[in-house]
Design a protein around this ligand. Structure first.
Ligand SMILES: [Ca+2]
Length: 208
């Protein structure tokens, strides 16, 4: 194209046919043919969250993120979700891990799925995938956490009671048993005041 003589210069069509463009095309599709990124799969593998409250909060925070900021993770999810049904099944996950040469036993793959555990015990949905793979420090911004607190403390009491937690988790698809609720309070209200302060709530989200 930099040849000045128009008789010998390649036309735009000829340029597009040139092998140099084929190399570029190959590079741009390489990610797709080699499967999903190893670090995404490692994040799935390493995800642990013992608190049902924290897990639900991370779900709520993940839903607040703008779609355009999730392009890459959405693509990663689609690469693993071979059947394109919106769920990562045992087989799909195992296949993706094998493609990335991550050696993992069947029971560990099952364990990854059960740890995502929110809606479906046999597969991982997109929001669960986001919770497991997102950089939590980017999700738990001051602004997002304050807005989350407002969701829990709708009456603006200045703290969060177990009823607030029960109601909010229920709205987000999680029906807590009495034992689960007791465990949450035990974990996040260690001084047994009967409520969780904003500081305790933030500590829960900011700590790993
Ligand atoms: Ca699927």
């Amino acid at each position: 194209m930099i040849v000045t003589d128009h008789n010998t210069r390649l036309s735009a069509e000829e340029v597009l046919e040139h092998e140099w463009f084929d190399i570029l095309k190959d590079q741009s599709t390489q990610g797709e043919t080699s499967g999903s990124s190893k670090n995404v799969l490692e994040s799935l593998r390493n995800f642990k969250c013992n608190s049902e409250l924290k897990k639900t909060c991370l779900h709520m925070l993940a839903k607040m993120i703008k779609r355009k900021d999730l392009k890459e993770l959405k693509h990663e999810f689609e690469l693993i979700d071979g059947s394109q049904d919106g769920y990562l099944s045992f087989n799909e996950l195992k296949q993706a891990l094998e493609k990335c040469e991550i050696n993992i036993s069947d029971s560990e793959v099952k364990d990854i799925i059960s740890r995502s555990g929110f809606s479906n015990k046999n597969a991982i949905n997109y929001t669960e995938f986001l919770v497991m793979t997102l950089d939590h420090s980017k999700v738990t911004t001051e602004e997002a956490v304050n807005s989350l607190i407002q969701n829990f403390d709708r009456e603006n009491k200045g703290h969060i009671t177990k009823e607030d937690i029960q109601n909010e988790l229920f709205k987000n698809g999680k029906k807590l048993s009495r034992t689960q609720l007791r465990e949450i309070m035990k974990m996040h209200d260690p001084s047994k005041k009967g409520y969780i302060t904003y500081t305790e709530f933030k500590d829960m989200l900011f700590q790993n």
